[in-house]
Design a protein around this ligand. Structure first.
Ligand code: SF4
Length: 396
């Protein structure tokens, strides 16, 4: 039996109606595409964000993600663009939870940060092991700290960040971040925090650590580059998924009260998980290619991946696939292609999923092999990247 039909019951006397199956599958995936294509424009409007089209026209060499519309929206990016154009200091802050090794979805964000560093940014990377612990993603602070040191930080270094323009800190090691949180807390009310972070006082699940983290420490991470120790107020860019807009909005309000420049928000589309059930996430192992995956494991996940293709090959040749909802398409376009050739060949029916997956396997294994070869050297260089600067200015 053709593997494509494994989900359909088929007997000698009751053969499946291929045309019907093909049409049904195509219609389901088209509806999914329609829903997805409306999502981001609706959010831009709802949150009053702008597209980055003007920035892309204005910059002599915008990032690949910007050109492809993967980085697509912003709020308040004008001071950053000006700093870039005038070679003035600016910073970018992008943190992550160390609850497991990095995956290709993280790599997409770090690729964008590398472009920003090449364009003059000082890159701040908070490793939020306190959040991993308080929200229950790891069993102890020690465990999330161990993951940060053994897996996350070496992978970040191996991606090619310059030590002199990169400041990585593990929250629980860099205690100054909690002093900065205290310094900012008078500029925030509990009512405001409840509203923005969606805390529901009737919920049993939330603990006070979650509230302290989100309303205090997260703001401290975003505004840290504007403290005197790092040269004072400066344009700062925060790349986020669009669902994090309210957090940035809040940090802009607090920045104004503190005499800082309101941080700018830059919105990136998420990378589809291989299971087709949402964004690539460490919490659904089969959805993600981890940067530490063995070739066998990565290949198996890619071969099993959901796609935007059709179970009937002839139908796909005739009507094309639907790359906009395909994790293989996003993987290849985000990481390995310099243009949208995969999307065009897919939509026209020129390539089918089997071949497309084979190419994705080849590209991914090449990348993983190269990345993993760099890890031993990266582990030796961790201290060059770790931020230890004490924040004394808050005691003046
Ligand atoms: S041909 Fe490639 S991009 Fe198109 S649906 Fe199939 S796997 Fe996805």
């Amino acid at each position: 039996m053709n593997m494509y039909f494994q989900d359909f019951k088929m007997t000698e006397n009751n053969k499946p109606d291929l045309e019907k199956i093909a049409k049904e599958q195509h219609a389901i995936k088209l509806a999914q595409k329609e829903k997805e294509s409306n999502y981001y424009p609706e959010k831009l409007e709802e949150f009053g964000l702008k597209t980055i089209n003007r920035f892309v026209d204005f910059h002599p060499d915008p990032s690949k993600y910007m050109k492809l519309g993967i980085t697509f929206g912003h709020k308040g990016m004008e001071p950053v663009a000006e700093a870039m154009a005038n070679n003035e200091p600016w910073a970018v802050v992008s943190g992550l939870n160390p609850s497991g090794p990095l995956h290709m979805g993280h790599k997409a964000v770090f690729d964008e940060l590398l472009w920003m560093q090449k364009n003059g940014a000082d890159v701040f990377i908070p490793i939020t092991n306190d959040e991993s612990y308080v929200v229950g993603k790891t069993s102890s602070l020690a465990e999330s700290r161990r993951i940060a040191i053994e897996q996350v930080i070496p992978s970040i270094i191996a991606m090619g960040f310059k030590a002199e323009k990169t400041k990585i800190f593990i929250d629980s090691d860099y205690m100054d971040i909690y002093n900065v949180a205290m310094d900012l807390s008078p500029h925030l009310t509990l009512n405001k925090a409840f509203g923005v972070f969606g805390f529901d006082k009737s919920e049993q699940g939330e603990n006070p650590g979650t509230m302290f983290y989100r309303s205090g420490v997260q703001l401290a991470q975003i505004l840290l580059p504007q403290y005197e120790e790092f040269g004072g107020p400066k344009p700062t860019l925060i790349p986020v998924g669009i669902d994090q807009h309210p957090y940035i909005q809040l940090s802009r309000e607090v920045a104004r009260k503190k005499g800082f420049i309101p941080p700018a928000e830059l919105d990136l589309k998420f990378m589809w998980g291989l299971d087709g059930k949402g964004k690539m996430s460490a919490s659904r192992e089969e959805s993600a290619i981890f940067l530490t995956d063995s070739p066998e494991v990565a290949k198996k996940k890619l071969k099993k991946s959901y796609t935007g293709g059709n179970p009937v090959a002839d139908y796909q040749r005739q009507h094309g696939g639907i790359p906009e909802i395909c994790p293989i398409y996003t993987l290849r376009t985000y990481h390995f292609e310099s243009d949208n050739n995969v999307g065009e060949s897919c939509s026209s029916g020129e390539i089918l999923c089997g071949n497309c997956k084979n190419e994705a396997v080849e590209q991914t294994l090449d990348y993983l092999s190269d990345h993993q070869a760099k890890l031993p050297e990266a582990r030796k260089r961790i201290n060059e990247y770790i931020l230890t600067t004490p924040i004394r200015s808050i005691f003046k």
